[in-house]
Design a protein around this ligand. Structure first.
Ligand SMILES: NC(=O)c1ccc[n+]([C@@H]2O[C@H](COP(=O)([O-])OP(=O)(O)OC[C@H]3O[C@@H](n4cnc5c(N)ncnc54)[C@H](O)[C@@H]3O)[C@@H](O)[C@H]2O)c1
Length: 334
């Protein structure tokens, strides 16, 4: 895959969160397509620390970066002294993906510090270096608003979604005050694909259901999963959105989805077809109140201003992902 709208060779590229799912895919996109680019990963990687929900505090994993030839700085975006380790570089492009990505963390202080406070430092850094800044926002900014979710109409329903919404507002004001800067926020919908394994229980339902099926078990879904819809987007399209954002005509926040909703039941059915199984479905009661029943990104402005064009249907994305689902089945992820 290559989206050759910009020559990134001889450019210095910072990828925060580069040991995570989306960040590491971006790392390899640049390494493979622009061998003369200088890529710097900044990530705190994982420790054994967990949040009160039992999940790890960060999901970065060295395995996501096996084969990476650039620089790695292990650091915490909350620590100024760690960010200073980046001072020996001058960046042309900054892709800011480091964040608490777990939507079910409710410790507001740590979420706001990690996702919002650090963003001011990243913006200042982009300004100082005259770097293009692309950062990760989220569909969680919309909460349970009806589809199609459209930029300008937000209602975050958890601290994570709120933190991303605040990032968008901060970016907007920063853009107004610094009109020469290029600052683009990308609101990813439900992303799936290779290198998400280390997100454990926060990885997509595509890999989780795939591995359940490979265990010989019926995929576990909430009751009425044929009526619970999401806009699922394959990682290659997400990488495309990051790259194309760099030449966006206008600063702003853009949805990154397919513009099409598919149900969780359809995922299980497509996986069973691809894996040639017929295990049925094990339904159980949804334990979450206020659950979002339908998402579908309005991507008109993304298409118009960034040239983004999703290529993968759910069937095509799952088909492309199957070899990796097979390869990672049963793998130790500690
Ligand atoms: N995957 C999705 O479906 C999705 C959807 C919407 C938005 N996003 C956003 O996209 C970005 C990337 O998501 P992802 O799916 O790759 O998640 P991820 O958890 O795999 O990646 C985030 C990375 O940030 C690192 N990190 C966390 N806290 C840090 C800190 N304090 N200092 C330095 N590094 C830190 C983690 O180690 C991890 O490698 C995140 O900002 C996330 O909120 C993802």
């Amino acid at each position: 895959m290559s989206f050759r709208n910009i020559n990134f060779n001889n450019k210095t590229i910072l990828i925060t969160g580069g040991a995570g799912f989306i960040g590491s895919n971006l790392v390899f996109y640049f390494q493979e397509n622009y061998p003369d680019s200088n890529i710097v990963v900044f990530d705190c990687f994982r420790s054994n620390e967990t949040f009160s929900n039992g999940n790890l505090k960060s999901y970065g994993h060295y395995q996501n970066l096996i084969g990476f030839c650039g620089d790695i700085i292990c650091g915490n975006i909350n620590k100024k002294s760690d960010l200073e380790l980046l001072n020996k570089y001058k960046f042309d492009y900054i892709f800011h993906h480091a964040a608490i990505s777990d939507t079910r963390v409710y410790d507001q202080e740590i979420i706001m510090k990690t996702n919002v406070n650090s963003f001011y430092d990243i913006l200042d850094r982009a300004k100082k270096d005259h770097a293009v800044l692309v950062y990760a926002s989220s569909a969680a900014t919309y909460g349970d608003l009806p589809s199609p979710q459209t930029v300008g109409n937000e209602n975050p329903g958890n601290p994570y979604g709120y933190s991303k919404f605040m990032m968008d507002k901060i970016a907007y004001r920063y853009s107004l005050n610094n009109p020469k800067m290029k600052i683009i926020g990308l609101r990813f919908f439900n992303v799936y694909g290779p290198r998400e394994l280390y997100k454990s229980s926060t990885s997509s339902m595509i890999i989780q259901l795939g591995h359940q099926i490979l265990d010989g078990k019926a995929p576990r879904l909430f009751d009425n999963s044929d009526q619970i819809y999401r806009d699922f987007i394959y990682i290659e399209d997400v990488i495309q959105s990051n790259v194309k954002a760099c030449s966006s005509s206008d600063n702003g926040t853009y949805n990154v989805g397919t513009g099409i909703s598919r149900s969780f039941q359809e995922i299980a059915d497509i996986l069973q077809k691809e894996l040639a199984t017929d295990l049925g479905t094990a339904y159980f009661t949804n334990p979450y109140g206020g659950y979002q029943m339908h998402t579908m990104a309005n991507i008109l402005s993304t298409i118009k201003n960034t040239g983004f064009q999703p290529k993968f249907t759910l069937e095509q994305g799952i088909k492309a992902y199957i070899p990796e689902i097979l390869k990672t089945h049963g793998k130790n992820i500690s």
